[in-house]
Design a protein around this ligand. Structure first.
Ligand code: FE
Length: 157
């Protein structure tokens, strides 16, 4: 009897393709490669947006730990490299590992800048400038909305 019910349910879904499409549409937003992002996180990481200065969660955040990609969890920056830049965005002198971020030329907004993205998933993170502190002389200017912070204790560091 149970088998018959199962067959009927299957036959019903095949007989109504419209209903099946609807189900597929409902399933589509559940992108398994990315967690659910807030509208701002989506705008920054997927549409190369920029959060308003002095508005982000981490611009004035100085706690020991690691900053990961909000989309994929790739470790991007250590708190040891974070410094106060007064620019309004989280600023780092270097990435946790240079191979975890990608650099590319960005000539949008009538400026020549170097865009920084997550090497693992391609999420837009921010830009890098040549006005950082020694020894690197670099300032990785990163949107808080592209980051997820893991405190040192919970990160196992
Ligand atoms: Fe990522």
């Amino acid at each position: 009897m149970f088998a018959i019910i199962g067959c009927q349910a299957e036959a019903k879904s095949q007989a109504e393709p419209g209903q099946k499409d609807e189900q597929e549409l409902m399933d589509k937003p559940k992108n398994k490669s990315k967690p659910e992002l807030t509208p701002l996180q989506f705008h920054v990481t997927q549409e190369k947006g920029t959060e308003a200065p002095f508005s982000g969660e981490f611009y004035n955040h100085f706690v020991k730990g690691a900053y990961q990609c909000v989309c994929c969890g790739n470790k991007l920056f250590d708190s040891d490299a974070k410094f106060e830049s007064a620019c309004g965005w989280p600023s780092f002198s270097k990435p946790a590992d240079k191979t975890n971020v990608s650099e590319s030329d960005d000539s949008s907004l009538s400026m020549t800048r170097t865009e920084i993205t997550c090497e693992s998933c391609g999420a837009h993170l921010g830009h890098v400038f040549n006005d950082g502190p020694p020894p690197s002389g670099l300032r990785y200017c990163i949107n808080s909305a592209s980051l997820k912070f893991v405190e040192a204790d919970s990160a196992g560091d």
